[in-house]
Design a protein around this ligand. Sequence first.
Ligand SMILES: O=c1ccn([C@H]2C[C@H](O)[C@@H](COP(=O)(O)OP(=O)(O)OP(=O)(O)O)O2)c(=O)[nH]1
Length: 148
Amino acid sequence: MNVQIKYLDPRAKEFKPSYGTPGSAGVDLRAMIDKPIVVEPGETYLIGTGISIYLRDPNYAALVLPRSGLGHKHGIVLGNLVGLIDSDYQGELKVSCWNRSSETFTVQPLDRIAQMIIVPVVHAQFEEVEDFQQTERGTGGFGSSGIG
Ligand SMILES: O=c1ccn([C@H]2C[C@H](O)[C@@H](COP(=O)(O)OP(=O)(O)OP(=O)(O)O)O2)c(=O)[nH]1
């Protein structure tokens, strides 16, 4: 599929979104900042990526996800846990960087701070009913089937 992109910062153009290998699902998002940002434990910064995309087709959306290494090794995850980019959004893609660790972390200009995937969206119709057809699970959830 074709996605329109605008480079809001000339540096962003040097890192055109691409998939690392043919099997990669995510496109890296980089911190388009002029100087390092020191993120203290528990702090959250909204960081611009220097790009905007316009998906146009409501049957698609983009998800902003953490990078596993940053999250696991440094506790840098997303303040919103997952970012949802609407198909009609045209503004700069921003990443909410949350330091959930107990160590200070410094984001350097152009660092890869998150990744983005584009996913299909189903616009379901919601049909009101009085009763659902019975299932084995029924209303059980949140650990009702036990641990492990
Ligand atoms: O990590 C994110 C999440 C969202 N957005 C942009 C794209 C998205 O389409 C828009 C609105 O996001 P969302 O609907 O999640 O925000 P909201 O808090 O519900 O605010 P709004 O009232 O603007 O919808 O913000 C980002 O750039 N990065």
